[in-house]
Design a protein around this ligand. Structure first.
Ligand code: SF4
Length: 394
């Protein structure tokens, strides 16, 4: 059934759109024979699904059936709405339970509201997500703000309608007439606001479908940030129309804060392979966490990038710099399972709180502290990685 919000919805995208390459006659993906990364032990350590909570319509859809077939031993539990699963959501319970939920539970749902939102910072537009939630557990993550910390990945099975909505939006924009910091020539759509598309690609073809769709749209580009290296994405053919933003921070910070993610060194190492595969690779220098010795640690990270990244990566790279944003509720949650992280990211003497629209207190570095830190990062980039333009910093 089509969403009444979009009476002009063209419905499912036609088969031909994702079939044979209409540009050069080659098959769209060059998948090599042999096992996928997503069937490897490493992938299974990230996700070993035993329980799938599914809206009936989502389970019956083609994408839903594919996901269920991929995890045949998982118990399937019907739910009315992917938004209301009290035994999964919320902040109760300890971290072992959260991590177990994140790594063993999936939710299948249909995305009802297919809104494309203007952004203007990281991307021109925020696309309706093809997933919500994450199997990783970064201590500062804002994604759980609506479902609580133990939010496992919800896969939205109506990917055809999400892509059809994007196709209409891209067509409606026409070519980009003026360059901006998001991109000089393409409209950039963030396709991973509340999820990590690299992890999602362990579960379903949603990420691949988005990469394929954008590879055909000459005026648009997909973009997503990731902290997980998924080599299966190298088998797609993005043709320069998907920007992968590897998030980076000094390895010591990452080991403390980026729980369950790929090591920072591995993310840097992967950049060359992704460029070679046809992705644009940018870097999110984020979050920047002010702690004793942070300037030196960021200097070393940037020096390392300068040492190991090949010219092919440097020639096309750009960066976003994002200072840490925290949240009072998340601080309270973290204190019960990872107080050592809070020693570093909860610094009231440096931070100020602001009431958000949803009634929770967001915490940021005070204006002067933040401005000075942003200038420090700019100087460090200029010194150690002068090839890396900063698209924006805040
Ligand atoms: S990888 Fe991103 S979405 Fe996942 S927990 Fe970390 S910050 Fe959140």
């Amino acid at each position: 059934m089509q969403n009444p919000q979009f009476p002009g919805d063209a419905g499912p995208v036609q088969d031909g759109l994702f079939g044979v390459d209409d540009l050069d006659g080659r098959p769209e993906d060059s998948r090599a024979p042999g096992p996928s990364f997503r069937d490897s032990d490493r992938a299974r350590r990230m996700l070993s699904v035993r329980e799938i909570h599914a809206e009936p319509g989502a389970a019956a859809s083609q994408r839903g059936r594919e996901v269920l077939a991929r995890f045949p031993d998982a118990e399937v539990l019907p739910v009315d709405s992917h938004w209301r699963i009290p035994e999964l959501h919320g902040n109760r319970g300890n971290v072992e339970r959260w991590v177990r939920i994140k790594s063993t539970v999936l939710v299948l749902g249909e995305k009802k509201t297919l809104t494309v939102r203007a952004n203007g910072r990281s991307a021109d537009w925020i696309a309706p997500g093809a997933a919500n939630g994450c199997a990783m557990a970064c201590a500062y993550c804002y994604v759980p703000r609506r479902k609580g910390y133990a939010n496992p990945v919800t896969v939205f099975t109506n990917i055809d309608r999400i892509i059809a909505r994007l196709a209409r939006h891209v067509a409606g924009q026409g070519p980009k007439s003026e360059p901006n910091q998001c991109d000089p020539e393409a409209w950039v759509y963030d396709v991973g606001e509340n999820n990590d598309c690299s992890v999602d690609a362990l579960i379903s073809e949603n990420t691949a479908d988005l990469v394929r769709a954008f590879s055909r749209w000459r005026t648009a580009k997909a973009s997503f940030a990731t902290k997980f290296v998924n080599p299966d994405l190298l088998l797609l053919q993005p043709r320069g129309r998907t920007r992968v933003r590897f998030s980076l921070m000094p390895p010591d910070d990452s080991r403390l804060l980026d729980i369950r993610t790929s090591p920072v060194e591995e993310r840097i190492e992967a950049a060359a392979d992704f460029v070679e595969a046809g992705y644009e690779v940018h870097f999110n220098l984020s979050p920047v966490v002010i702690r004793p010795g942070w300037e030196q640690a960021w200097g070393l990270l940037l020096q390392h990038m300068d040492d190991v990244l090949p010219d092919a990566v440097k020639a096309q790279a750009a960066a976003e710099v994002i200072m840490l944003t925290h949240n009072r509720d998340l601080h309270d949650v973290n204190m019960s399972w990872h107080p050592r992280a809070e020693d570093t990211i909860w610094r009231p003497e440096l931070q100020q709180a602001k009431l958000s629209q949803n009634g929770s207190w967001n915490v940021r570095y005070r204006d002067a502290t933040k401005a000075s830190a942003v200038e420090t990062v700019r100087r460090l980039v200029h010194t150690h990685a002068p090839w890396l333009p900063i698209r924006y910093a805040f």
